[in-house]
Design a protein around this ligand. Structure first.
Ligand SMILES: Cc1cc2nc3c(=O)[nH]c(=O)nc-3n(C[C@H](O)[C@H](O)[C@H](O)COP(=O)(O)O)c2cc1C
Length: 412
């Protein structure tokens, strides 16, 4: 079976209308629910893949926990959260209520980028349709419970949890230095749990079926299913759900996506623009966190972008560099200046004014410095895709270097 519908099956079945899983969670109690969450092995679907139970345990005994659901979804190629919000708001709302219950949180935010008009409309409609369940929750569990839906300004950096918190506080969305981590000191210096839309949408399934059922899916370190956003040069782009670790990237592209529509695959970006590319010869790896890490890249948000042989790797690198240069918040020097430099050097190469040594500068100096010294993931991963393209498709870069050879002494 290529596609494994678990979360999608729930969404496709439509709302049941009574939030029975929330009622079951309240009946179980918060510690029993945490036990199921721990058993499930769920890790965050927003990119970092951090254990959800471990994060929640940092704030488990705190009062005044703020809960934020991250629906910013700015990663190019990613549209899974939009799918959930537009088609399965009822699942996310139930997940939000269960997490508010488990974390004893009276203050819950759903942060969605303003461009997601349909998603916002759908979630608001869902709030109206489930007003009875929300009233039940207030009467039976927490009279102070408030849920606010915030439309974000649509900057990529707003998806970083600390920038998002600044944005919610009405400040510029600059990333914050960590530690302190939000779970200890986040919004208004209170313990704050930030989780992705897909992560929280898995919670009702875990409570309904038990953590053991969830962890029976997938492989060690990558439990459950994952929504994959397949785009680029494939016959059937779209949103697919897979069992993690049980299907290779190649099968996803050829089996689910119908193969490369542009002829032959040149490379694949497996997790969005902040992840390193894999060449056509590297697609036999199973899609899970560990396997992709071993291959020198990462699952990111699950945005698989297929690029065919007609495309020049330098053009893709320039486009990624332009994106990161525009989206850096500029608060930390390695990211602000690093992105400016990567973009500048690549543009010089594209114009035929580059030197071979620029490739070493981008890869060894600027990317390494940003990955070690930038404040948030934007800067830490800004050079990953570009560097992987330089390593794997050097001829696309060197071929545009006019004085090739003349600078050989400089090259690294
Ligand atoms: C530049 C940047 C953008 C991010 N964008 C998102 C996003 O749109 N949605 C998201 O859930 N996480 C995003 N993240 C990751 C969040 O900081 C955070 O790790 C995540 O929301 C935690 O949720 P999870 O544990 O459920 O994955 C982004 C991180 C960075 C550095």
């Amino acid at each position: 079976m290529l596609e494994y519908k678990y979360l999608k099956k729930f969404i496709e079945a439509g709302p049941s209308g009574d939030f029975a899983i929330l009622r079951k969670a309240v009946e179980y109690g918060r510690d029993a629910c945490l036990n199921e969450l721990e058993k499930s092995g769920l890790v965050g679907r927003g990119g970092a893949g951090f254990s959800t139970a471990a994060k929640w345990k940092f704030a488990w005994n705190s009062s005044n926990v703020i809960m934020i659901c991250n629906g910013d979804e700015g990663e190019p190629g990613s549209f899974k959260d939009r799918y959930i919000l537009e088609n399965g708001s009822f699942l996310l709302l139930e997940g939000l209520l269960i997490s508010a219950f488990m974390l004893n949180s009276s203050e819950v935010y759903l942060y969605v980028r303003d461009e997601y008009k349909e998603a916002l409309k759908s979630f608001h409609k869902c709030l109206g349709a489930n007003a009875d369940s929300i009233s039940w929750y207030r009467e039976r569990v927490n009279p102070e419970f408030k849920l606010k839906v915030i439309a974000g300004g649509g900057a990529y950096v707003c998806g970083d949890e600390t920038s998002l918190i600044n944005s919610l506080e009405g400040k510029r969305p600059h990333s914050r230095i960590k530690p302190p981590f939000p779970a200890a000191e986040g919004m208004r210096s209170l313990p704050t749990i930030v989780n992705n839309v897909e992560t929280l949408s898995n919670l009702p399934l875990i409570i309904r079926d038990g953590g053991a059922k969830f962890s029976s899916l997938g492989v060690e370190g990558s439990r459950g299913t994952k929504l994959i956003c397949l785009s680029g040069k494939v016959d059937k782009p779209g949103l697919y759900e897979i069992e993690m670790g049980k299907i290779t990237l190649e099968k996803i592209i050829y089996g689910l996506g119908g193969g490369c529509s542009g002829g032959k695959i040149k490379f694949v970006i497996p997790g969005g623009t902040s992840t390193s590319a894999l060449s056509a010869q590297e697609l036999k790896i199973p899609l899970d966190y560990k396997s992709l890490r071993k291959a020198g890249t990462s699952l990111g948000t699950g945005a698989v972008i297929v690029v065919d042989e007609s495309v020049d790797a330098l053009d893709v690198a320039c486009s990624a560099a332009d994106f990161f240069k525009s989206e850096t918040c500029g608060i930390c020097f390695p990211c602000k200046e690093g992105n400016r430099q990567i973009n500048h050097l690549l543009e010089l190469i594209r114009k035929g004014e580059g030197q071979e040594r620029y490739l070493g500068l981008i890869r060894d100096d600027i990317t390494t410095t940003a990955s070690c010294a930038a404040r948030c993931g934007l800067g830490q991963s800004c050079g990953d895709l570009v560097s992987s393209l330089i390593v794997k498709f050097r001829e696309d870069f060197s071929g545009r270097i006019a004085c090739n050879g003349k600078n050989e002494g400089d090259s690294r």
